[in-house]
Design a protein around this ligand. Structure first.
Ligand code: GLV
Length: 400
């Protein structure tokens, strides 16, 4: 296992390099890649660079407070672990490993429907709170069964992802033969050499049981849904606003609507009773060419106007990025790739290191900003490019 302490690993990009070294290309690219030309993938991160801080200097802040609450759950910092599919490909029992580290760090872990671990086992692995992310793959009855299990197991919120009527075109997955590899048979042969180029990973993968099913997608009367690539799985998972009624009835707890880009959908999510909204473009893995999430955030915050909590994900690689999202009104953020790189690089210690990097970034950034608490961050600490509000101005001119 590679060393993840400094100076080997100083930032998230270093964990990414280590993950690329340990994982076969198909697995690394599944984490790393986005849809189509990956323009939104680049922009998600670039948007954070375009927002500039306005620090208050000559202010002594011996102690900064990172604690906050999300849907009433206290967290040690405003960073949650996002749902990430197929974590068990990155590290043996990867979802359990990530959940455990989230709990140790005092934050919330979100389990993806497309996990290879049983949701009960993942829940049991963490001392913290857990959220369950729902896809309708396997059909409505399989989803009902999963929701009931998640409730019994003690998940405290249901995250409904609304941006997957089909999977985005993940070009890297096609080139790497991800679908062929998962389907098995002779078609997979030409894609196999990438596994033998990563023998340490291969040993771990086989010891963990090799290819699993989706143990949380169990259509009644059938066994767990067989493992498929994400394109096949998402093909069957379109959620519509009408689904929220039965989902609410079965779940009966707080619902987080993930994948909101525009004000209309934020309003719709509120109408359906969303307790929180995640401004998300699915890590730029679905529709390429949408706005980076930081840029979409102010419109959603203004629309929601305190009626639900607004979270953000996409492109976060530094604590400063988290701070910028909070300045623009996010209550907290979710990180996916940032911890998935750590998981793929080094398992639990890699996830812990990713979280630790972001946490120390947060502390340092707040001190440099002259801000004592994440709860005090607001628009006065940040400048965003003028053109970010152009659409609203243009629209009001057009409508005037
Ligand atoms: C799964 O949801 C993925 O985006 O790969």
């Amino acid at each position: 296992v590679p060393r993840v302490a400094a100076p080997h690993v100083v930032n998230i990009a270093d964990l990414r390099v280590l993950a690329r070294r340990r994982l076969p290309r198909a697995v690394f690219d599944y984490i790393d890649g986005g849809a189509d030309g990956e323009s939104t993938l680049r922009e998600n991160s670039r948007a954070f660079e375009s927002a500039l801080f306005r620090p208050r200097c000559a202010v002594a802040i011996p102690q900064v407070a990172l604690e906050t609450t999300v849907l009433g759950t206290p967290v040690s910092m405003p960073i949650l672990l996002a749902p990430v599919g197929s974590c068990r490909m990155f590290w043996p029992r990867g979802d359990e490993v990530a959940a455990r580290e989230a709990g140790i760090a005092g934050t919330i872990h979100t389990l993806s429907t497309l996990s290879g671990c049983r949701l009960e086992d993942v829940r049991a692995a963490t001392s913290g709170a857990s959220w369950y992310q729902l896809y309708l793959v396997g059909g409505r009855d399989a989803a009902r069964a999963a929701i009931a299990r998640a409730k019994t197991a003690g998940y405290s919120a249901l995250v409904v992802t609304i941006d997957t009527p089909v999977a985005g075109l993940r070009e890297r997955d096609i080139r790497n033969g991800t679908k062929e590899l998962l389907a098995g048979g002779p078609a997979m042969l030409r894609y196999l050499p990438q596994f033998f180029a990563r023998p340490r990973w291969l040993v771990d993968f086989l010891r963990d049981g090799g290819l699993m099913a989706f143990p949380n997608v169990v259509p009644p009367g059938q066994g767990p849904f067989p493992y498929t690539d994400v394109a096949c799985a998402l093909e069957q998972t379109a959620v519509t606003w009408d689904d929220f009624r039965w989902i609410r009835e079965v779940w009966g707890g707080p619902i987080v609507v993930k994948g909101v880009h525009i004000a209309d959908d934020a309003r719709r999510a509120l109408d359906e009773g969303a307790a929180a909204i995640v401004v998300s473009n699915h890590g730029a893995r679905q529709l390429d060419g949408v706005a980076p999430t930081l840029r979409a955030l102010p419109e959603i915050v203004a629309t929601v106007n305190g009626r639900a909590e607004v979270l953000l994900d996409g492109g976060i690689r530094r604590g400063a990025d988290v701070v910028k999202a909070l300045c623009l009104g996010a209550r907290a953020v979710l990180v996916g790739r940032a911890y998935a790189y750590g998981l793929g690089a080094a398992g639990g210690p890699g996830v812990a290191r990713a979280i630790e990097i972001l946490r120390s970034d947060l502390i340092r950034t707040l001190k440099l900003l002259g801000c004592p608490s994440v709860r005090d961050l607001d628009g006065s600490y940040i400048d965003v490019p003028q053109e970010w509000s152009r659409r609203q101005n243009n629209l009001s001119n057009m409508l005037a």
